[in-house]
Design a protein around this ligand. Sequence first.
Ligand SMILES: Cc1ncc(COP(=O)(O)O)c(C=O)c1O
Length: 394
Amino acid sequence: MDSYSFDFTTFFDRRGQDADSVDHVSGVLEGYDIIPMWIADMSFETAPSVIEAVRSRLDKPHFGYFSPRAEWYDAIIGWHKARNGIEYDKSSICYVNSVLGGMVTCYDAFTRPGEPVLTHNPRYTGYATIDGSGRHTVYTDLIRDENGVWRMDFEDIESQIKKQHIRVFALCSAHNPTGRVWEKGELEQLVDICRRNGVIIVCDEIWSDIIIGNNKHTPILSVKGAEDITVAFYSTTKTFSLAGVKGAYAVIPDPDLRSRFLSTAGRTMLNQMSIFYMYSTIGAYSQSGQAWTDQLLKVLTENIGIAYDRLTAHEGIVCSKPQGTYLLYPQTSEWEKRHGVSHEELVRRGIERGVIWIDGDGFGTKGTLRLNVAVPTHKLIEAMDRLDEFAFIE
Ligand SMILES: Cc1ncc(COP(=O)(O)O)c(C=O)c1O
């Protein structure tokens, strides 16, 4: 695999190429290019194996109705076996248009209108979009331990489940925004609570390929007792810069849960796979795609280290290194207080110089900024230089 070589150093100008990360940015001063570090997609081109797979299909220009190929299932099964040592059965794999759409389908299938769904806080902002489906989100706070590691509050989870008659727990693993990669013991405890209380786990594993350093992802479905109470969602979109291609899939080993999920999903007729998504997944989940991901993870691990060191060099800024994801949430409130700078002013200072970061408030991480470090390393260093010079003015 070492014979592969991929480009994670070129910084592409994506303006006018259908990229929200650069096309919908305002407030940058003349003379500064945009370093997009806000929206959760990467500034790297997708893996060459994705392009090859899609291009090979374009050479056969017939795009009529189709059914997923055996290679699509094999690619998914092979990926999870190689990356996480778990073997999914073909029959358990169900296509969905998006992870969020799949989660909302679960809420429709497994809860009644007006009922709450429990999830952690801090949380990914997208989870609040379920409120439009007639359900609403309620939260159990993650709590930092003495080492600054975000931990689940199992007592609170169980008490909320009982008090609020929770039927579905939405788990994000690896967790956005805290960057936690859950330990097996933590997942076992959660599964045990959900089992005892008749709660279905809807597990969003969209970030499960972006695992930093020596951390290890534990698929929820590898946890004893999870198989018949869990729907797990995956996607190539985060890992391979494919958010604009769309497409995701659920793994639902339990036949009863699966049939309830599929009958709800089928009602709208909206979950229809695109042929380009299918080929992009086959290309992504190949040997070459694996090597690309390994190299990506090395770059992201280095970038996280650089960003962490540079940010925390400013007294008053606190940050934890994510164990997964490429998102950092530096807590800047103490620095702002010491320097008499408002949060909005700090955000503005970065944006003016082309460092496009955002307020972390919406993610339940008050007083933080969100910084996506999935940019070429030299560009990340440039961003840090600009922040030192123009934003964190001592
Ligand atoms: C935790 C999490 N889940 C889901 C999504 C979105 O997935 P999709 O576009 O497939 O709905 C994101 C995007 O940032 C995310 O961070």
